[in-house]
Write a protein that binds this ligand. Structure first.
Ligand SMILES: [Mg+2]
Length: 243
C-alpha cells in the first residue's frame, strides 16, 4: 500500500486490525501529551486510559482472531469498556460497539460503510453523554462535523476512495479540535471548571482526531503521528511528526 497510487475502495479485516494496532502506538507516543491536556481541565488520566484501552483491544483481537469487521469493532468496544475508566471508557466503548452494528458479518468496509460506522458511533456518544451537543467541548465537536462532512461528500461524489476522503477529512478534524480551545466545557469533569475551561484544547476531541488520522496514515503505509510541539498554556497542537 505504501507509496502506491492505487485507489483504496475498501478496507478488509486485516487492514482494520493494523489500524487499531497503529492507534495503540499513537496513543503510547502521545500519552504524555493527552495527559497534559487532561491535567489542565480534567483528572490527568486520558493518556494512560487510552493506552490501557487499546492494549486490551489488541489483546482481545489476538486471542479471538476475528474474521469480520463487525467483530473487530465489537471487540474494540468491549476492550475499551472493560479497562478504561472515567468518561472516556463508556464513550469510546459505546462508540465502537454501536459502530460495529452496520458492519456485522462484513469482511470489507466501503467508504459508505465507514460513514455509517462513524454515524452510529456518534449517535452512541451523544446518547451515552446524555445528549451531548456540538459546542460543549467534547469529542462530539470532532465527530459531529466530521460525520456531516462525510455524508455530504458521499452524497455529492460517487466513486470516492478512502485516501481521497480521509485527506480531506483529517485536516478538517484537526481544525475542529483547535476550535474546542475557546469553548466553555459543559460536560464531564472539565465542566466543573466553568469559565476556567476556556482556553484549553479538549483531550477527548484530540484523541478522536488522532484515531481518525491513523486510518489515513495506515492506508498510506505509516503508523501515525506524534504531536511533537504544542502551546504550553492552551495545549494547542502546533506540530506533528510521523512516527
Ligand atoms: Mg480524565
Amino acid at each position: 500500500m505504501a507509496g502506491s497510487s492505487e485507489k483504496i475502495y475498501s478496507i478488509d479485516t486485516k487492514t482494520l486490525i493494523k489500524v487499531l494496532s497503529n492507534i495503540l502506538e499513537v496513543m503510547r507516543t502521545n500519552e504524555k501529551y493527552l495527559t497534559k491536556l487532561d491535567a489542565d481541565i480534567g483528572d490527568a488520566d486520558h493518556g494512560i486510559n487510552m493506552v490501557r484501552g487499546f492494549e486490551k483491544v489488541m489483546e482481545l483481537i489476538s486471542q479471538q482472531n476475528p474474521e469480520d469487521i463487525g467483530t473487530v469493532l465489537q471487540l474494540t468496544g468491549m476492550g475499551l469498556l472493560q479497562v478504561v475508566g472515567g468518561a472516556a471508557g463508556p464513550l469510546y466503548g459505546m462508540l465502537f460497539l454501536e459502530a460495529s452494528k452496520p458492519l456485522k458479518g462484513k469482511k470489507e468496509m466501503t467508504v459508505q460503510d465507514f460513514v455509517s460506522m462513524l454515524e452510529a458511533g456518534l449517535r452512541a456518544v451523544v446518547t451515552t453523554g446524555g445528549g451531548t451537543q456540538p459546542g460543549e467541548k467534547t469529542m462530539v465537536d470532532v465527530l459531529h462535523p466530521v460525520v456531516e462532512k462525510l455524508k455530504k461528500m458521499v452524497s455529492e461524489r460517487s466513486d470516492l476512495d478512502f485516501v481521497t476522503v480521509l485527506e480531506e477529512i483529517v485536516p478538517y478534524a484537526r481544525e475542529c479540535v483547535i476550535k474546542t480551545i475557546p469553548m466553555l466545557a459543559k460536560r464531564g469533569r472539565a465542566s466543573y471548571l466553568g469559565e476556567r475551561s476556556i482556553g484549553h484544547q479538549d483531550p477527548g476531541a484530540t484523541s478522536t482526531y488522532l484515531i481518525i488520522r491513523t486510518f489515513l496514515d495506515t492506508l498510506k503505509g505509516r503508523k501515525g503521528v506524534k504531536i511533537s510541539e504544542y502551546d504550553e498554556s492552551s495545549g494547542k497542537m502546533l506540530k506533528e511528526e510521523y512516527i
